[in-house]
Design a protein. Structure first.
Length: 684
């Protein structure tokens, strides 16, 4: 072993560990040494103690908004240094486009979760999952749910194919939830994960110990976890099954979220002919998923299911497209497909491809002039794009059980839509399935059935194609995961991923108690009325529960007529006294939006002040009708405050949600809603 070969290090308890070489990691392109893992033993007791004793208290001092702000800054920091990551990932055999998914896709996920946190989470340490419900007749005993940090450690075990994206897509929601993480990347590409981790540590943006890195074996880490901890896994179904039954995880009921490789499928619907744009979209999608990242994607299309009458046309089109793909060293111009991640992976794909070929036909593969381009590629981990044909997907079970985790896919025909759906379901659970169709009714039928077996469904037609992110691209806003063979877990999915790292607890008590616990005003709680109008206060001066009971206003016929003239709303319920006699109201009633507008006139303070803008209404309901002669009054109460920090492009401000109840002369609620306002801060 060359002494110049760098030794990768683990980041444990905020220090780098590793001075003795262990396993040599080689370039997937030419077999040259890239780095080695370290042989130094890791004290996982120390790692967990540091996460619990140092990182966790620091994270819990931050609220959701503060953690979201850190994520955004970290994302920008990494984006500025992305070229370093591209250069380090080159030996993995990935093309620039492949590495873009991993590097900028991972950084983009940080940006996405920073935005999700800013938009959907409070500037608090508790997330109220309301609304509260009355548990008693008088409204003084309520129940609701809150989500709080689990006060544990998350262990993330990642696959080799996306060493940066896999790390960051788990870390982002975990950090937002206030949970320190220990990352265990797959060894073969761990040099890329280590490089990203060094940048993260150099940024000094995260509280110490928020993120630790294991190079090599995870040892007895899982045996040391406690009830408040979480394990998330991405990788093979076999490895997931082994880890899931760890005795300590079972004994302590520690959540295990598995995302496993699966036999994803794409279905060409029976309404599509070779003359349709959708036919070309199907062929392009299958070929792209075979060759992007050299087929090393947990979401890649492994089974292409097509109408029997179009089988030859699809096979011919795929052969032509695959023949145009240049394979070799990604540094060479024109190369569109690189190598598998390692020689071990090359051997595994070859072995599984041989199993898949038994009883099937190879309609494109190594025998079609496969010759990788580049110097020293004979020592690399290249594998030919391989398209198999299984003429009877019901007689050959291997195609529904064996996955070659590389540029390998199997084409299979069906005779009617029911057969297509049955073939799709034989994968026993997949991360994603695609339906390519031009008919909405067919899309509905296929998705309604296939959704039970897939975590995500892509419906692709000529309209969606212009913006479609493709079959194999998980998005931060949508769930990633699937049932059965796919692991039964869920990642991403917007705010859902954050909630995975929080503990849900039901809470019961009086409105005042729940207001204090949730940080949100609950109706029936004690309010604070002040001579100073709430809209005259700056963000820092407003407190949850600050309230204003307005003066009254009697609704007249002139109000209704004038509002109808201004709005153009002459609905009979407001103007036809004869027609409304036969309705449940029995008399003319005011427009709901007039009531809304009149309420604003009651509580708005018109002079310039700290309130900068009203930018929306939530939960609007018109509860009871307002008739001519009714008198209305409004109560405005601060429900929730969200401090989104100070941004350079706008004055310092926060968001205040106000609970509004509009009451009639009998004390009945006639309208109910939340109004959202931007409120200036006192301090710059």
């Amino acid at each position: 072993m060359s002494i110049a070969t760098p030794i990768l290090q683990s980041l444990i308890a905020n220090r780098w560990i590793g001075s003795q070489p262990a396993s040599l990691l080689r370039s997937a392109i030419n077999g040259r040494a890239v780095a080695s893992t370290h042989a130094d033993a890791i004290d996982f007791g120390e790692s967990l103690a540091y996460a619990r004793g140092t990182a966790l208290p620091a994270l819990l001092q931050l609220d959701f908004q503060q953690r979201a702000s850190i994520l955004k800054t970290l994302a920008a920091y990494l984006l500025e240094r992305k070229e370093l990551l591209y250069s380090i990932s080159a030996p993995s055999g990935a093309t620039r486009a492949d590495s873009w998914i991993d590097i900028e896709g991972g950084i983009g996920t940080l940006f996405a979760y920073a935005g999700i946190g800013r938009r959907e989470l409070p500037s608090a340490k508790v997330l109220h999952e309301g609304p509260a419900v009355a548990l008693g007749k008088d409204g003084q005993f309520l129940g609701t749910h809150i989500l709080v940090p689990r006060q544990g450690v998350a262990v993330h075990i990642n696959a080799f194919n996306f060493p940066i994206w896999g790390m960051l897509e788990k870390f982002a929601p975990c950090f937002l939830a206030g949970m320190p993480a220990i990352i265990k990347p797959a060894s073969s590409t761990s040099y890329i994960a280590e490089a990203a981790m060094r940048l993260i540590q150099q940024s000094e943006l995260l509280p110490a110990g928020s993120l630790q890195l294991i190079i090599g074996s995870s040892g007895d880490l899982l045996d040391r976890l406690e009830e408040t901890d979480v394990v998330t896994f991405t990788g093979s179904a076999d490895t997931a099954a082994m880890l899931r039954v760890n005795a300590n995880l079972i004994r302590r009921s520690i959540p295990f979220n598995g995302e496993a490789d699966s036999l994803n499928c794409a279905i060409l619907a029976p309404d599509v002919t070779p003359d349709d744009p959708e036919f070309d979209l199907f062929v392009k999608e299958v070929a792209r998923e075979m060759t992007a990242k050299t087929g090393q994607k947990c979401t890649a299309i492994r089974r292409a299911i097509v109408p029997r009458q179009h089988l030859d046309a699809v096979a011919t089109a795929l052969r032509l497209r695959l023949a145009q793909v240049k394979v070799g060293d990604p540094a060479l111009e024109g190369v569109r497909m690189g190598a598998l991640a390692s020689r071990a992976q090359q051997h595994d794909v070859a072995e599984r491809s041989l199993l898949l070929s038994q009883g099937n036909e190879i309609i494109y593969g190594a025998g079609d002039g496969f010759a990788p381009l580049g110097e020293g590629v004979a020592e690399g981990a290249f594998f030919a794009p391989t398209l198999l044909l299984c003429r009877d997907g019901f007689a050959n079970e291997v195609v529904h059980e064996v996955e070659a985790f590389g540029p390998v896919s199997t084409l299979m025909p069906y005779d009617d839509p029911d057969q297509a759906l049955q073939l799709a379901a034989k994968g026993r659970g997949s991360l994603v399935g695609s339906v390519i169709t031009k008919t909405p009714a067919i899309a509905a039928r296929f998705v309604h059935h296939a959704a039970a077996f897939h975590g995500r469904m892509l419906v692709l037609d000529r309209d969606a194609a212009r913006e479609s992110t493709g079959h194999g691209s998980p998005l931060p806003q949508l769930k990633h995961g699937g049932p059965g063979r796919a692991g039964g877990g869920e990642e991403l999915g917007g705010i859902l991923a954050v909630k995975h790292y929080l503990q849900r607890c039901a809470v019961q008590g009086s409105p005042s108690m729940l207001t204090a616990i949730t940080g949100e005003y609950q109706r029936g709680a004690r309010v604070k009325e002040d001579p100073v109008h709430p809209f005259r206060k700056h963000f820092e001066e407003i407190e949850v529960g600050d309230s204003l009971l307005t003066h009254r206003r009697t609704v007249t016929e002139a109000d209704i007529v004038n509002f109808g003239g201004v709005s153009g709303d002459y609905f009979y319920m407001h103007f036809d006294a004869i027609a409304v006699k036969d309705t449940q109201f029995g008399q003319r009633i005011a427009h709901g939006y007039f009531v809304l507008s009149a309420a604003a006139g009651l509580f708005v303070s018109p002079a310039p002040g700290p309130v900068l803008a009203n930018y929306g209404l939530d939960q609007l309901r018109f509860v009871n009708p307002v008739a001519i002669g009714d008198t209305i009054q409004a109560r405005l109460t601060c429900k929730r405050k969200t401090d989104r920090g100070n941004r350079p492009d706008q004055p310092p401000q926060g968001v205040v949600a106000w609970d509004v109840q509009v009451l009639n002369q009998r004390g009945e609620i006639v309208a109910s809603y939340d109004i959202l306002t931007l409120v200036a801060k006192l301090k710059p």
